[in-house]
Design a protein. Structure first.
Length: 103
């Protein structure tokens, strides 16, 4: 049985499992330490699935709250990535990067 199939036994809602994996993956990419032993060749997705299988991540089915066993090491950020949507028809890449040259 594949790890994703085993993870579906722990979190049987496919959408919820996808959300949990995505959010935890983002946390690992941001620098949070893994909650399981990382073996050579493991990807971040492998780590997340291992955390789910080892019950290091739990989800409250009613509130959909994701909880980690132990303290999260990376604080959530409220940093805005984009301040407003960009209309690709109205703006060129040079306008966004500041590379346009004035004549």
């Amino acid at each position: 049985m594949k790890p994703i199939e085993k993870a579906l036994e722990k979190i049987p809602n496919t959408f919820l499992l996808t959300t949990v994996v995505s959010r935890r993956w983002e946390s690992l990419v941001a620098g949070a330490p893994p909650l399981v032993e990382v073996k050579p060749g493991m990807t971040k997705i492998d780590i997340v699935l291992a955390e789910i299988l080892e019950d290091k991540i739990e989800v409250d089915e009613e509130t959909r709250e994701i909880r980690l066993r132990g303290e999260p090491e990376v604080e959530p950020t409220e940093e805005v990535v984009f301040s407003k949507p960009v209309d690709p028809e109205a703006v060129s890449l040079d306008d966004l990067t500041g590379d346009s040259q004035k004549d």
